[in-house]
Design a protein around this ligand. Structure first.
Ligand code: FAD
Length: 286
């Protein structure tokens, strides 16, 4: 099923994100995690590309295929284009097709100073057009409530987002954020720019302090005082920090659902315990 169809059927779509196991770990190591996540009945599960795992043997396609074909849950395969040639993308699309994958999150990918870009695609939107020319896939895109790091302003970023939507993206998943007011402000601007497709809010629960510090330095999300206080108070008590993080994520999700958000995309960090606690906390609201 194409992801955009889910939004016609459900008041609030609830989805998960997982990442492939680290290089040298067998792909099977994630199957137990996925089997546990299945119990929580997410509307779909997306699988990251290149982040942690090896893209050479297309582990993303294998995992997204397992989710769809073995677990019977809709899957979305992430795919980045900065370091891929058109030929690479065609090969990956055929791998996706073989695995029965219908949905792709088309991304540019982050610049790596040690890797010279392939230069066939400059922006994610270039690959979106290319995917549509070369297959029958539903294509989602990424968006940034606090502005993408390379954009001068949120308005510029939203103008570029509109170009991405016009290239054939029919669903957006947001970068993580900890202060919902940024998300609401972003939704306003997206609406003014004429973006009328479903936008899912990206929620990342705290697993531990170093994980949050790493993510925040990578994506620049603001940390509200309430959140910083919580991290400081429980930083040396991992269990308490985890529970406080779960409560914080639930609080964010309740507010988002009350404000009529299209969907919640939970960054599970491959942790079924946390995903379960959060799902249980919000399931009656969805
Ligand atoms: P783009 O949409 O191409 O935007 C990149 C920058 O270019 C922005 O500043 C934008 O404003 C600007 N821009 C876009 N179009 C134009 C234009 N026509 N003219 C001028 N400027 C333009 N990374 C991975 O490596 N693997 C993953 O699996 C992965 N999953 C992700 C999932 C989500 C939900 C999100 C939010 C991000 C994910 N990322 C992943 C990170 C992503 O690759 C980076 O954030 C990357 O820097 C930008 O990708 P993008 O697709 O948003 O780029």
């Amino acid at each position: 099923m194409k992801i955009s169809e889910l939004f016609n059927k459900k008041k609030t779509v609830f989805s998960f994100e997982v990442f492939p196991p680290k290089k040298n770990s067998p792909v099977e190591t994630i199957y137990n995690t996925l089997d546990s996540l299945k119990e929580l009945s997410p509307d779909f599960i997306s699988v990251t590309y290149g982040a942690g795992g090896s893209s050479a043997d297309n582990i993303t396609a294998k995992i997204a295929g397992y989710i769809k074909n073995d677990l019977g849950i809709e899957s979305v395969a992430h795919l980045t284009c900065l370091n891929n040639t058109k030929k690479d993308v065609l090969d990956i699309l055929s791998e996706f097709k073989k695995n029965n994958i219908e949905n792709i999150l088309a991304l540019r990918g982050d610049r790596n100073p040690d890797i010279e870009p392939a230069k066939d695609f400059e922006y994610a939107s270039d690959m979106v057009t290319f995917i549509h020319e070369n297959g029958d896939f539903h294509v989602s895109g990424a968006c940034y409530p606090e502005c993408h790091m390379e954009s001068a302003s949120l308005v510029d970023d939203v103008i570029n987002l509109r170009k991405k939507v016009d290239s054939g993206v029919t669903h957006l998943m947001s970068q993580l954020f900890f202060d919902n007011s940024y998300f609401y402000d972003f939704l306003e601007k997206a609406k003014i720019a004429g973006i009328n497709i479903p936008i899912e809010a990206g929620i990342m629960p705290v697993v531990n302090k170093s994980q949050i510090e790493r993510m925040v330095s990578m994506c620049g999300a603001s940390l509200p005082p309430k959140f910083v206080k919580m991290m400081q108070k429980y930083e040396s008590n991992p269990e308490a920090l985890r529970d406080a993080g779960i409560a914080y994520a639930i609080d964010q999700i309740v507010d988002l659902i009350s404000n009529g958000v299209d969907g919640i995309h939970l960054y599970t960090m491959n942790n079924p315990y946390i995903a379960k606690k959060i799902s249980e906390g919000v399931s009656s609201l969805l």
